[in-house]
Design a protein around this ligand. Structure first.
Ligand code: ADP
Length: 206
């Protein structure tokens, strides 16, 4: 199962991705976390990334694409993965699609977490990460609107997009994600119950 999680900064992608990945034993790849780890370790990649992280701009596509495609070829991703924060532009999405087509394992779904802007600002202001200051937050939301929002159409045209209201408690949002339409592969009986008859709802972890 290969899934992309979309949504603006503050939508709760990381929290939901952790829960879904744990439930289905998928690798959760959070691009922002990988970039921040590189900054903390002082790697060459981190040196390139730092100014972009600080300002809320996107790290250049070719840098992020190289980093993520390399990561996706590692053996732990064979079972499936949940991408959180990648792709963030149509160019990144195309590069990802091309790579996955080459290796014969296309995406199964793109889940979009929808949140009203007022709620986002509140959540981000309360989080306290280094790039959660007012100016950077504003910039990240603008970058989302201009570079990342077009991905919704991109995946919708491929029939992969599923939007979920991300207001409410963490549990409520997880439930909504898990009750995605039948064609999202994780639509499955609750953990511990018998697989559905006719095999229509089993968890596809291919
Ligand atoms: P959030 O979604 O809350 O903004 P992230 O941790 O996902 O937090 O991203 C933080 C920053 O990392 C972004 O503002 C951007 O600078 C950089 N970044 C993360 N993912 C990407 C990506 N796919 N392409 C380019 N830059 C990225």
């Amino acid at each position: 199962m290969r899934v992309v999680l979309l949504g603006p900064p503050g939508a709760g992608k990381g929290t939901q991705a952790d829960r879904i990945a744990a439930r289905f034993q998928l690798v959760h790849l959070a691009t922002g976390d990988i970039l921040r780890a590189n900054v903390a370790d002082g790697t060459p990649l981190g040196e390139v990334a730092q100014a972009y992280l600080d300002s809320g701009e996107l790290v250049p596509d070719q840098v992020v694409v190289a980093m993520m495609l390399e990561r996706l070829t590692q053996p732990d991703c064979k079972r499936g993965f949940l991408l959180d924060g990648f792709p963030r532009s149509v160019a990144q999405a195309r590069a990802l699609d091309e790579h996955l087509a080459e290796v014969g394992t296309p995406l199964d779904a793109a889940i979009n977490l929808e949140v009203a802007e007022g709620e986002l600002l509140q959540r981000l202001a309360g989080r306290g990460r280094a790039d959660d200051n007012t100016q950077t937050i504003r910039n990240r939301l603008q970058v989302f609107a201009s570079s990342t929002r077009p991905l919704l159409d991109y995946y919708d045209e491929q029939g992969l997009l599923f939007s979920v209201a991300a207001a409410g408690t963490i549990e409520e949002v997880s439930e909504r994600i898990l009750h995605a339409p039948r064609d999202v592969p994780w639509r499955a009986p609750p953990a511990g119950s018998q697989p559905a008859t006719s095999g229509s709802e089993g968890v596809d972890v291919s």
